[in-house]
Design a protein around this ligand. Structure first.
Ligand code: IMP
Ligand code: MG
Length: 180
């Protein structure tokens, strides 16, 4: 375990098994349809890659960059900025937005609205994690890995000041790291 992590919340094996189950569910639900997977940078990149490798159906990828955080810290600012939008046509496509975590809900509510405004036929959400205690916008994931308590976590794509995204598990960051 990384020295900056106080405990592991979801280990690599649990993630692997859950990712496989989610991919099966997605394949079943979108059978015969061509899906557009939209990853929300940067937190989604590990989860999106792992889930995509497990999918058997037809799909294409794109990425969006939206941020509800300032450049530093653990507290969401609530306002979402679109840093990189979608450039390819979305009209008539079924879209699955993939992200690391549903926290206040501001980011995914913004991103799903944006995809609808681009003409998506349907828009659903797949997130690895959910922190329901923090929700400010009423929004749920259609595909969800794990519900976790209100603690700041890192790993498997989730970062703190850009670091720790490569950890193979989801762990709680030590208070001493983000309060120092
Ligand atoms: P929301 O807009 O508040 O739902 O925030 C969503 C984004 O904040 C996620 O996509 C993450 O990038 C980031 N985030 C929220 N909670 C955590 C956390 O515990 N660790 C790392 N990033 C987080
Ligand atoms: Mg994010």
């Amino acid at each position: 375990m990384d020295e900056d992590v106080s405990r592991v919340l979801v280990n690599a094996n649990e993630i692997k098994d859950r990712v496989a189950e989610l991919a099966e569910e997605i394949d079943r639900d979108y059978l015969g349809q061509k899906l557009l997977l939209v990853g929300v940078l940067r937190g989604a990149f590990v989860f999106l890659a792992d889930i995509a490798k497990k999918l058997k159906g037809r799909f294409i990828f794109d990425f969006i960059s939206a941020s509800s955080y300032g450049p530093v810290g653990t507290e969401s600012s609530g306002s979402v900025k679109l840093l990189k939008g979608i450039t390819d046509p979305v009209d008539g496509l079924d879209v699955l937005v993939v992200d690391d975590i549903l926290d206040t809900g501001a980011t995914l509510s913004f991103v799903t609205g944006y995809m609808r405004s681009k003409g998506a036929k349907s828009v659903k959400i797949c997130t690895l994690l959910n922190k329901p205690d923090r929700r400010k916008v009423p929004i749920n994931a259609d595909y969800l890995g794990f519900t976790i308590p209100d603690e700041f976590v890192v790993g498997y794509g989730l970062g703190y000041n850009g670091e720790y995204r490569n950890l193979p598990y989801v762990g709680v960051l030590k208070d001493s790291v983000w309060k120092s």
